[in-house]
Design a protein around this ligand. Sequence first.
Ligand SMILES: [Zn+2]
Length: 255
Amino acid sequence: MTPDRLDRFARHIVLPEVGAVGQARLAASHIVLVGMGGIGSPALQYLAGAGIGRLTLIDDDVVEASNLQRQTIYTEADIGQPKATAAAAWAARFDPALTVTHHVTRITRANAASLIAGVDVVLDGCDNFATRLAVSDACVAAGIPLTSAALGRFQGQVANFAGHRADHACYRCFVGDAFDAEDCDTCADLGVLGAMVGMVGAFGAMAAMRVLLEGVSTLGDPQWGQLHVLDGLKPGLRTMRIAKDAACGGCGEAL
Ligand SMILES: [Zn+2]
């Protein structure tokens, strides 16, 4: 690392749980962010801040005025712009040393494999189950870990999945097959508190970093298949273990 990069990441490097070797790994890592909305926005801020060297941003939506209450990287000047484009522009301004690619598209069963090929981890913060299941299945097929971060009103859920590994659950083991056809963008109907998505997005960013640092430094304990459930009102946190489903359509033995 050059002196300016050492200086930029000094607070990470001094942490024994990350260290210089961990920071070097982060700089050499490639992450895909699925969904640049309420969760993707703060996740991007902390992942770019952490110096993740390559970031691929995927979203097919455009910035609306009602997003600004929680999607913290966007400003009024971005209204009407594709979120992926505006998010990539934000990242380029924030740290020109990062390599940022963006796709103004919806990730689907048809394009997921090519969009995630070769990356180290996928962070899914999108707003519907059909996309989440397509992304999960593609991750299992490609042998890529998945960080899932989701929010329903005041409950956040964050977990790392490694369904491609024996004895580890995938996201489909967790939610089942019932939601494949469902599109439940409920923010508009139910409401969402901006600070809540900030907490869940930052939690997801840290979970993804745990994946990237596996085998490198002590922060690298991905806690595979442990679902962290954050109650923002109480506030409280509980953790439950998701078991691998032998009959799972994403990662089961029948495949
Ligand atoms: Zn599974």
